[in-house]
Each structure stands twice: as structure tokens, then as C-alpha cells.
Design a protein around this ligand. Structure first.
Ligand code: SF4
Length: 423
């Protein structure tokens, strides 16, 4: 039912000639994009969480050196292809990137050696893998924005989602990061967890705010079929919260954070003061390095092979590890941009009318309906999602777009080079 609805809506907006299909390729995107961002994927984790949708493997010391060398070779390959690119920002994700905190220095120095890095370096971290030495390393590498994946300050929820650390380590870990004076510290927390009520949400938010972080990202527990969380929760005989509970929790956290001086910066992100916003997915163009890393370029989307062994093999023989590509029509590009502006909850009118003409009836109808439904407000120079609008977008993301991620990730994790993935 959802698949059919998605196809109809997709075709209505982007046209019949839009093809949402990934096809096998061994070549990367070949035209340099000025001001690209870089994404580095470090796939190692000490233990594998049952809800986790990302491309990761259990840490294996023997694989670290070849993986790092493979990434250095991939940087060289892009340098040979594009020359000395201007890079607007670097985002390091995983996996648990801090498991390689010593090696990150070598990787980042090589990037600086080959490209002009102009913007911030951001990293996501796991509080169980953060100590003084790692924090010092990150500072020495030039990391400026940091996110700590706390998820919850309560043992009952950490146990429920299969995190392998206790809440008692969190105060010290977060305090150390805050004291280290990064430009911005984000804390990832989860809501809509089975059995969670408003008091639980308040407890976690109060702890986060007391620690003095600049940003809090409260995201819901997603149930990707290929992660084992569905099965895991079933075994534990727990039920996911229904729509009404989910909405009540979202509105609760929304009010709590805005009353405590945080401003909404995305559907799930709330930021305080002038610190730069920490964000992973909303950047316009980026080149992905590492196993399973994606590259988004104006003409489409490219994915490296998800297989860590295959990634190493390809890069060590000086070949690009690219596995899949999806070409975008002009309309698809514009709607992709719009999708992420809805996620930001803020759509600048000037850029909107540059991409869609005033005569675009579909866009006009969409915005008129959203305004009538009180999901969107027309403010000076921009359209802004209301609280209701942000909640419904959160649902839409959960039900529709995560299906895409799920389909692509499941196929790419099964086969190093899937011939085709039809969305
Ligand atoms: S949630 Fe984080 S720590 Fe857990 S397996 Fe996924 S990437 Fe690793």
C-alpha cells in the first residue's frame, strides 16, 4: 500500500521520466563540484547494536591498517581525478570513528595536503569510546563540531536498545567533551522508545541541558527491518509506542527545549546560542569516502561498495570502490533539495523560486495545502514548518523515505555489487 502511494506521489511531482533506480557502476562521478563536502565512513564498532541501520562491522585490529591505507588511496584517486578541490566541510561518521582516533590524524592530514579544506570538521562519537587522550587527538586533528551518541541517560533504555555501556559513565564523558571547548557539542538522544513516558523524556533533556551542550538531537527509534531491532524487541515482549504517544512525546520535547532557550534547527535538532549547527545529512553536495559511503552530486547519487573487504581490495589496487549510481533529472534534483529543506523545517523563498517557477502548479498546490492545514507558515522570506508540520514530516520520513534507505541498504549489504536496486 505504502509502496504504491509512494510511487504515485513521486511520479506526480517529479514526472514520468524520473527513474528511482540504482544501477551497478564501477566509475565514480567525474565532474568536480566546487565547494563539495567530504564524508568519511569508519565502519568499526566494539559491539553491534541491534537497532543500528548503518554499515558497520565488529572492530578487528587486523583490518584497521588496510582500511586506513585504502582510504588514503581513495583520497589520492579523487585528487588525480579532480585536482586540488575546495572542500567546504568534513563529516566523519560510522561505525565508531573514535576507534581510529590515532589514524584520523593521518587521514585528515592527507586530505589537507591534497585539497583546500575551508570549513568545519565534524565527528560523531560513542560515549563508551571517549577518553582524555581521544578528545585531545580530536582537538589536535582540527575537529571543531562533535556529537555524542548518548541515546539515553537511563539504564533501562540503554539495556532495551542494546547499548553496551551504563548510564553512570555518561556524566563524565559528556562533561569532558563540553570542557574541551569544541565550537559546538551535540547530544543525540532517543524518544518514542518502548515504555518511555514524558517524565523519562524530561529526565534525559534536563541532564543534557545541565551539561551545557549547544545542541540536542532527539530522534525516534526507527525500526529498519534489516536491523535486528524488530526481532529483538519482540523477544523482549515490548511494544513500540502508538501514534498518539509518539506525538505527545514529540510535542513535549519540543516545548521543553524551546522553553529552555533552544531553537529548532531541523525536525529533530534543537540548538542554543550562536554555536554552529551540527548536522550530518542536509549538506548539498558531498563526496563519500569509505565502505558504503554515499556521494551526492548535482546529477545524482553514488554509493561505494558496502563490503569492507571489497572496499579494501579495490582501493589497494588503485581502483575506485564505487558500486551503484542513481541519475537525477532536473526535477529530481530540485525535489531532493526541497526534501532536505523540509527536514530543516525552513524553506528559503528565494531559492525555492529559483528552482521552481511561480507558475509551477504542483508546488503552488503543495504549499497552499500545507498552509491551509496549518503545517506551514509563510514568514518574511521563508516558509517555516509549524510544530504540527514538523511532527507530520517526522512521520512521513519514518514511513516513506526510510523505506528507500531500507531497500538500498539491505541489497547493498547482501551483495558487494548488486546489479540493480529498483525503488
Ligand atoms: S549504533 Fe553506533 S555503536 Fe551501535 S552498532 Fe551502530 S554505529 Fe555502532
Amino acid at each position: 500500500m505504502i509502496s504504491i502511494a509512494t510511487k504515485i506521489i513521486r511520479e506526480y511531482f517529479t514526472g514520468k521520466d524520473s527513474r528511482f533506480i540504482f544501477t551497478k557502476t564501477e566509475s565514480p562521478y567525474t565532474s568536480p563540484v566546487a565547494g563539495s563536502n567530504l564524508y568519511l565512513h569508519i565502519p568499526f564498532c566494539n559491539s553491534v547494536c541491534p537497532y543500528c541501520p548503518y554499515n558497520k562491522i565488529k572492530y578487528d585490529k587486523a583490518m584497521v591498517a588496510p582500511y586506513v591505507q585504502a582510504m588514503l588511496n581513495e583520497i589520492e584517486l579523487y585528487y588525480a581525478l579532480f585536482g586540488r578541490l575546495d572542500i567546504s566541510s568534513i563529516y566523519i561518521g560510522g561505525g565508531t570513528p573514535t576507534l581510529l582516533s590515532g589514524e584520523l590524524k593521518i587521514i585528515l592530514n592527507t586530505i589537507r595536503d591534497k585539497f583546500n579544506v575551508r570549513g568545519d570538521i565534524c565527528i560523531e562519537t560513542n560515549p563508551a569510546v571517549l577518553d582524555d587522550a581521544i578528545i585531545d587527538n580530536l582537538k589536535a586533528c582540527g575537529v571543531s563540531l562533535i556529537s555524542v551518541g548518548v541515546q539515553s541517560f537511563q539504564d533501562k533504555f540503554l539495556r532495551l536498545i542494546g547499548r553496551k555501556y551504563r548510564a553512570s559513565i555518561l556524566d563524565e564523558a559528556v562533561e569532558k567533551v563540553v570542557k574541551a571547548n569544541f565550537k559546538s557539542v551535540n547530544l543525540d538522544l532517543m524518544f518514542a522508545l518502548p515504555g518511555q513516558n514524558k517524565e523519562d523524556v524530561t529526565y534525559d533533556l534536563r541532564k543534557a541541558i545541565e551539561k551545557g551542550v549547544n545542541q540536542v538531537t532527539m530522534y525516534p527509534l526507527f525500526t529498519f527491518p534489516y536491523s535486528s531491532v524488530g526481532q529483538y524487541l519482540k523477544l523482549k515482549k515490548v511494544r513500540m509506542p502508538n501514534l498518539i504517544t509518539r506525538r505527545a512525546l514529540y510535542y513535549h520535547l519540543y516545548h521543553y527545549l524551546t522553553q529552555h532557550g533552544f531553537n529548532r534547527v531541523s525536525v529533530w535538532g534543537f540548538k542554543k546560542n550562536e554555536a554552529p549547527r551540527y548536522s550530518s545529512v542536509t549538506r548539498d553536495n558531498y563526496i563519500g569516502l569509505g565502505a558504503g559511503a554515499g556521494s551526492h552530486v548535482p546529477q545524482g547519487f553514488y554509493l561505494n561498495t558496502f563490503s569492507v573487504e571489497e572496499y579494501i581490495k579495490k582501493c589497494l589496487t588503485h581502483r575506485f570502490p564505487t558500486a551503484l549510481r542513481m541519475d537525477f533529472t532536473r526535477q529530481m534534483q530540485n525535489y531532493f533539495w526541497l526534501y532536505w529543506r523540509f527536514y530543516d523545517t525552513y524553506i528559503p523563498k528565494q531559492e525555492l523560486s529559483r528552482r521552481f517557477t511561480d507558475k509551477d502548479k504542483k508546488i503552488n498546490r503543495l504549499f497552499t495545502s500545507l498552509k491551509k492545514l496549518d503545517l506551514l507558515a509563510d514568514e518574511n522570506g521563508s516558509f517555516t514548518l509549524s510544530k504540527r508540520g514538523a511532527f507530520w514530516l517526522h512521520l512521513l520520513q519514518n514511513y516513506f523515505s526510510l523505506r528507500y534507505v531500507n531497500k538500498v541498504w539491505s541489497a547493498a549489504m547482501k551483495q558487494a555489487y548488486p546489479p540493480k536496486i529498483d525503488l
